[in-house]
Design a protein around this ligand. Structure first.
Ligand SMILES: CCCCCCc1ccc(S(N)(=O)=O)cc1
Ligand SMILES: [Zn+2]
Length: 260
């Protein structure tokens, strides 16, 4: 059984063979067209709130197709489009082989160099991520665009400075200094788009309330190079790049905006 990936023989166009939901009606990512979004005052009346805690020894790992940080502390979000409290499980990124591509969601057809995903599960209704992952109200994922600037992103620097230690598949380390993931959020989290979608990788479960922030975070070209130096396998294997799924049709879904 060939494992899924992003190559010609196992990439997004082939996933439907093993994961038929890939052809479903609430798949992600999508192209975000702000003029097509409906401004919903219910989102502003009930502001999105983030209560993240410092993670003492955050585990950073290379599962082979991205880089992922696993969260143990009680970091939760609520409000906005969400009912109940959602607990942060992990965060990871998707990026390109060049700055012209890499993000999964696009903005008026434009790709960003990378996109950060903070993955939460509905801790009010479900007892674990594994139980929540395939439920229609199981997950909430923050999508944050990355754009290039001449200054490195300080919050990401604690990670990009040590990526060489998880260069190969199945490597993992613990970040010594305590790390609060709140440092990864853009300054303004009151401006976002939200819609009902899915995981963007197999098993592609249609269980995600997506919250994509309008404000990107800024990273340096050197930090992008650090992501692109990660390897899919052991020493000598291909670099992890272009690990993004292209957008799927919005179909009958409503894209809502928290702002005018
Ligand atoms: C039964 C185990 C399922 C693990 C699913 C792991 C996963 C989490 C988030 C995303 S993403 N890119 O939509 O944020 C994709 C996959
Ligand atoms: Zn993702």
């Amino acid at each position: 059984m060939a494992t899924w990936g992003y190559g010609n023989d196992n990439g997004p166009a082939t996933w439907v063979k093993s994961f038929p939901v890939a052809a479903g009606t609430r798949q992600s990512p999508i192209d975000i067209v702000p003029t097509a979004a409906k401004c919903d005052t219910k989102l502003t009346e009930n502001p999105l709130t983030v209560n993240y805690s410092p993670e003492p020894a955050m585990e950073l790992c290379n599962p082979g197709l991205s880089v992922k940080a696993n969260i143990k502390s009680k970091s939760v979000i609520k409000g906005g489009p969400l009912e109940g409290e959602y607990k942060l499980e992990q965060f990871h990124l998707h990026w390109g082989s060049a700055d012209k591509q890499g993000s999964e969601h696009t903005l008026n057809g434009k790709m960003f160099p990378a996109e950060l995903h903070l993955v939460h599960y509905n801790a009010t209704k479900y007892s674990s991520f594994g139980e929540a992952v395939d439920k229609p109200d199981g997950l909430a994922v923050f999508g944050i665009f990355l754009k290039i600037s001449d200054k490195p992103h300080q919050g990401l620097k604690s990670l990009t400075d040590v990526l060489s230690e998880v260069q190969y598949k199945d490597k993992s380390i613990n970040i010594k200094q305590e790390y609060n993931p709140v440092c990864l959020l853009p300054d303004n989290i009151n401006k976002y788009w939200t819609y009902l979608g899915s995981l963007t990788t197999p098993p592609l479960c249609e269980s995600v309330t997506w919250i994509v922030f309008e404000e990107p975070i800024e990273v340096s070209e050197d930090q992008m190079k650090a992501f692109r130096a990660l390897c899919c396998g052991e020493c000598g294997s291909a670099p992890i790049v272009d690990n993004y799924r292209p957008p799927l049709p919005l179909g009958n879904r409503q894209l809502r905006a928290s702002f005018q």
